[in-house]
Design a protein around this ligand. Sequence first.
Ligand code: UT7
Length: 332
Amino acid sequence: MSTKIEKKNYAAITAIGGYVPEHRRTNLELEQLTETSDEWIVKRTGIKERRILDADLGTSDMAVGAIENLLENYSKKLEDLEAVLVATSTPDMPMPATANIICEKLNIKNVLAFDLNAACSGFLYALDMGASLIESNRFKNVLVIGADKISTYVNIHDRTTNILFGDGAGAVWLEASEEPGILDAKLLSNGDGREFLNIEAGGTLYPYDYELVGSEKRFIKQEGKVVFKHAIEAMSKTCLQILEENQLSIDEIDWLIPHQANKRIIEAVGREIKIAEGKTLINIEHYGNTIAATIPLCIWENTHQLKKGDLVMLTAFGAGFSWGASLLRWAI
Ligand code: UT7
């Protein structure tokens, strides 16, 4: 296979870890809180339960859990790291970056560390930034994390969002490699979607104050139908572009690992790009939409299925709107 860009230095994923909180918020629990039903939620979204982090813990705690899980299963040493990139829309605090807080908790010293916010597409953006650092030949070991504690921003009494979202974190170790690992990415965004999916309060425009404490602005808000339609169109189109630009047919893709926002969206994208049945990996049933964590968590849960050399396509869509697709060769 010839990729679009012939690269001198390659980056590959050589280890992966994941973390989800223990507490489960089930559909039955949501039935007690709002006018909804397990049947409606499963039929319309594919979700049965989500994990919710304790109120006194933050996004960094889940990221640390994912990194510790990675270290338990792969022989990696934190002292080899040169960069820590965290994709999140729900940082522990406005500053310092959650990446810095993770470094402090794990005693990671003297590395490039920063957060990146591209909402549900954040992990794909961070993966591409991490790969670029390695391809620049200035970095050899980069940790890329997708982590979100979105439950903080979910109005538990709003049935249009409380059914969808959950907390989690995933981490991948990117390493300089002789063989191409991260092959290509097409990551895009525009501002057209701002009104359809957002959390308005908590930033500089609507800072938290007494007025906002009881306001709807502090919660995640979504026009589900609009987002649904754009998500299918944007992910399908970008996946097809990646295939075309790399002169690949869909049959050469071993696995499609999409952002987990709604099972119906995932299935519609699969139909649009005509991927064979059984090649799309889905774990939305147990975790719901964990924002930047869905893709690394889905890869992590399915590592037993992935074989070294498999061609994997990732795709995501989220607030902004921001979206994209990535192509990689599984290297573990
Ligand atoms: O990660 C970022 C990207 N996010 C997404 O991709 C999410 C995109 N959107 C969606 O996943 C879906 O639009 C939802 C799951 C949010 C909603 O599904 P839908 O099929 O678009 O339902 P709808 O909003 O059109 O509502 C259909 C009906 C309405 O009742 P009527 O007007 O037909 O009588 C709603 O009021 O279902 C009602 N409804 C519910 N009923 C029970 C809406 N939410 C619920 C609920 N339980 N939770």
